[in-house]
Design a binder for this molecule. Structure first.
Ligand SMILES: [Zn+2]
Length: 418
């Protein structure tokens, strides 16, 4: 080629390169969207923090509610136990009241019997008095008869005989009177003894009744103490109920807050999806603009980018690392048709391949376990060129993929997507 040809050729190449550059992805738009992505991710993080906070609030209030419920349960148990005691005491008190009333009736009856006995005794006394009076009269008559008749009766045998008879008779009568008085006195004595017995019985019942009344008073006192405790427990229960209602209102508030945060989360997710959709559209637009940049995904079946393009570890990561479970040995395919211009081993890249796609575009595939192509070979888009490995500077099986335009590495995510 002569000088002019060379010049024309280089000018043409420069033109094509310039065209290709202008036709590929508008880089400025990408960077705007990248910033927007980080904004969305920032929002997502903030929403997550809010969600964590509101979940913590909810958990705390649920704990407080559980505490109140447990407290109320123990109070209810105590209140029921006390109520049982009160019921039992009420029964005891009622039984004592019945007992006291029975005893009072018995006492009244005894009193009646005593009065009756006293009447009987009085009556008996009267009888004794009357009989004694008769006895005395008879004795006096007998005495007087004895004094006056001694001379008179001597002149009349009949009257003397009568007199003697009378004396004997009166003696007999007076003896009978004496016996009668003695019997009556014995009867009265018995009645007095019966009265004493009645009094003693009455006194015993009264003493028993006093004891029962004291016992009843003790139980009433205990019952009043339990009732006082009961009213304390009931006000504690009412307080706990109020606290519970407050916590429930709080819980409702937190739930409302959570719903709002969840809505926000959904919104951010929508934004993120919209961003991805836009990204995909942009990629499609760029690849349709230039046949050379219509790259395909180099590692079919694996979409996870473990390390992106950009500054890394104080250096610069010139490509993307694609990996996934069971990736070792998976086929690495040509992103676009082209010529293999390098298939070799590098201290850092390990086993690697570079394909020239023309138009200044090259792609690089590194860390392969084995290479399936050799330099100068033509490959078509999607053709297997190597297998995934972990050769060179690699910490695990993955594909390190680069896109270079005129030898300068670019962010591959601007050209390929899974
Ligand atoms: Zn890498």
């Amino acid at each position: 080629m002569n000088h002019w040809h060379k010049r024309i050729f280089s000018t043409a190449v420069a033109l094509v390169v310039a065209m290709a550059a202008s036709l590929t992805l508008p880089r400025s738009e990408l960077s705007v969207q990248a910033a927007s992505l980080s904004e969305i991710q920032q929002k997502q993080e903030e929403v997550q923090q809010k969600l964590d906070a509101v979940n913590a609030d909810l958990k705390a209030v649920e704990g407080q509610l559980a505490d109140e419920e447990a407290y109320q349960q123990s109070l209810t148990q105590q209140i029921n136990l006390n109520q049982e005691k009160i019921n039992l005491m009420n029964q005891q008190i009622a039984a004592y009241t019945q007992n006291i009333e029975d005893n009072e009736a018995k006492i009244a009856q005894k009193e009646e019997e005593i009065v009756q006995k006293e009447d009987e005794i009085a009556q008996k006394q009267e009888e004794i008095d009357d009989t004694y009076e008769v006895f005395k009269t008879r004795m006096r008559t007998l005495y007087m008869a004895g004094e006056t008749s001694s001379l008179e009766m001597l002149f009349s045998a009949d009257s003397f005989a009568d007199f003697l008879l009378n004396v004997e008779l009166m003696k007999a009568v007076s003896q009978s009177d004496e016996q009668l008085v003695s019997d009556l006195r014995t009867q009265k004595q018995e009645q007095e003894e019966q009265k004493a017995e009645l009094l003693e019985t009455k006194q015993q019942i009264e003493e028993t009744n006093i004891q029962i009344q004291q016992d009843q008073e003790n139980i009433i006192f205990q019952r009043e103490q339990i009732k006082a405790t009961q009213s304390e427990l009931e006000s504690a229960y009412a307080e706990s109920k109020t606290a519970q209602q407050n916590y429930e209102a709080l819980q409702e508030q937190y739930q409302t807050n959570k719903d709002a945060v969840l809505a926000e989360e959904k919104q951010v997710e929508d934004e993120l999806q919209a961003w991805y959709a836009q990204q995909a559209q942009n990629n499609q637009g760029s690849s349709s603009g230039s046949s050379n940049s219509a790259f395909g995904w180099p590692l079919p079946g694996y979409t996870y980018i473990s390390s992106g393009y950009g500054p890394r570890w104080g250096g610069f990561h010139s490509g993307i690392d694609i990996t996934g479970g069971g990736v070792y040995g998976a086929n690495i395919v040509a992103a676009e048709s082209g010529t293999i211009i390098l298939a070799s081993t590098h201290w850092s890249y390990g086993n690697y391949v570079i394909i020239d796609h023309g138009g200044g575009y090259t792609t690089l595939y590194a860390h392969a376990s084995s290479l399936l192509v050799s330099v100068g070979q033509q490959v078509s888009k999607g053709q297997a060129i190597a297998r995934v490995g972990s050769t060179g500077q690699s910490t695990g099986p993955h594909l390190h993929f680069e896109v270079r335009v005129n030898g300068v590495h670019k962010n591959p995510t601007g050209y390929v997507s899974p």
